[in-house]
Design a protein around this ligand. Sequence first.
Ligand code: EPU
Length: 343
Amino acid sequence: MNIREHYSLRALNTFGLEVKARYFCTLATLGGLRTVWQWQQQHPNLPVLFLGGGSNMLFVEDFPGLVVQIKLMERTIIGSDSEYTYVKAGAGENWHQFVRWTIDQGLAGLENLSLIPGTVGAAPMQNIGAYGVELKDHAYEVFAVDWKTAEMRHFSVAECGFGYRNSRFKSLEPNRWLIASVTFQLPTKPTWHLDYAGVKEHIQGEVNARSISDAIIAIRQSKLPDPAQLGNAGSFFKNPMISDEHYQALREQYPQLNGWILEEGVKVSAGWLIDHCGWKGKRIGDAGTYDQHALVLVNHGQATGAQIWQLALDIMDSVEQRFGIRLVPEPHIISGGALVQYS
Ligand code: EPU
């Protein structure tokens, strides 16, 4: 195991923050995991953080422990039955390249999740979702390593506790499970999800997995900043759920506020709330919100994690004062070597 010290994570977090890991190593085989695990037994006071593509993470400051970059690579078609083809992907695979590879194999199901930044291993953490599809809709099982014991375990989809941008790995047992691979079940007879605003309009020619994927890529590129050009972690807040009464009261004052009525309450658009507090395109030093989409916080170059986090807290306060809704951040916020927890 090659452990580096004071390692810059700038290229390993999509905010492009200049933060350092006290210790850093990569993990390319499951065999190497035991060595990393033993290292931690010898350094019980140092936190360990597993990193995928760093696309859903905000480092508020330098990380005082060991950062392990997961590079477990695999793409295998395991088999098929009358309903599904089963495909396994290693945690270190780039998510978007994996999605395009499934399409190249003639498989469908993941096309609406095209161009989401990050790795396969990070995808179940927050049950990634976009344009009417979530990872849980096509996941079959997750293979993970228990960091308490270094033992491996399979989780069926039901055991993963998937919810809106959430899973057992993210909130119920944070830092316990290292995701090693995910197996998907991709339907032989796919159902296309074209209802999200703008998707149909962007499809060129015949409707199939590739043309939908191309349409999603075009939509995302027009709305969301490319982290390679402008540091960001996608949506910075979850769309909040409020009660029916709260929604009705807000609608009287703000008739333009849209809501999606669900069983548990009404989901409203965090982007709209932030926009209507006047934050869209605002910039404080190098920390700001994207001028095309208020839900995306951006690093214009030299912002620190603490400045981005301060901006996020200011946005949360102003949305709360105006609408009575406390926004919840979507990415992992890493401060003092630990995850800042939100429900
Ligand atoms: N809106 C504004 N102002 C803004 C931005 C949005 O008023 O500055 C309003 C618009 O009315 C728009 C509505 O918000 O119609 C919804 O915006 P959008 O369609 O962009 O979707 P979103 O709810 O903001 C969610 C996901 C995205 C995902 C899209 C498409 C969350 C937190 N975000 O965004 O996921 O790509 O839907 O499915 O659920 C991500 O998780 O990083 C991410 C980008």
